[in-house]
Write a protein that binds this ligand. Sequence first.
Ligand SMILES: [Fe+2]
Length: 259
Amino acid sequence: MILLAQVSDTHFDQNPHNADRVATVLDYLDRLPHRPDAILITGDLTDSGTAAQYEQARKVLRTDIPLYVLPGNHDDRANLRRILLDVPAATGPINRAVDVGPVTVALLDSTIPGAGGGALGAATYDWLDRLLARTPADRSVLVAMHHPPVPMYSTVVDPIRLADPQRLERTIAADDRILGVLTGHMHAMGTTLFGGRPLVVAPSVASAIGGAWEVRTPGEVPIDYAPDPSVVLHAVEGRRLTSILRTVPMGGRVSVLPG
Ligand SMILES: [Fe+2]
């Protein structure tokens, strides 16, 4: 069994609130009796993409568990590359594949520089096609990106979800090796099907954004910085993806039911 921890939307902003929450989540994962094989952060590492915010992220994201990141709409490709990936500060899409045991994780860059909404460009689709063409038949594949490709009943992120996802949907539907799609962006947990496979949207570590049914007046953003952060643990066994949401208490653990 492969265990992949998905952490999302950390929004490092140089303040301690978000950084403390990420540190607590990483500490929780580090201390698990069965530690994850890898940690994946599905975008919005920083709040506005500045070098100082990536420097804070670099300091906090310290773990000996392999940790992989992909960009979200609040990120900056050049700073992310230079400060977190230690590669030259290019501005093209950051598409990478990582192998976690028998699972290949395709980390796709769904961002459009300067825009909140997402899309996969022709170069990214071609990159994914080439990756799938060279991936052996006996491997499993997870597709990860920041923007959900379908509406998730969020007045905040539905208007800025992944545009024109039909090509991705066809690719997924046609390839039995692809077990599911993992995204962030929504600042809430949600699941549905996409291309006939599970789509799992992970919550944000930084904040929670309520669904459409929590909006009192049009345009209101039902954001809440108080709820404890959560992480999604994805277990892959054979061709089955099982995703478990765990909330990580900021105030400690109560292991005996209070009377
Ligand atoms: Fe976000």
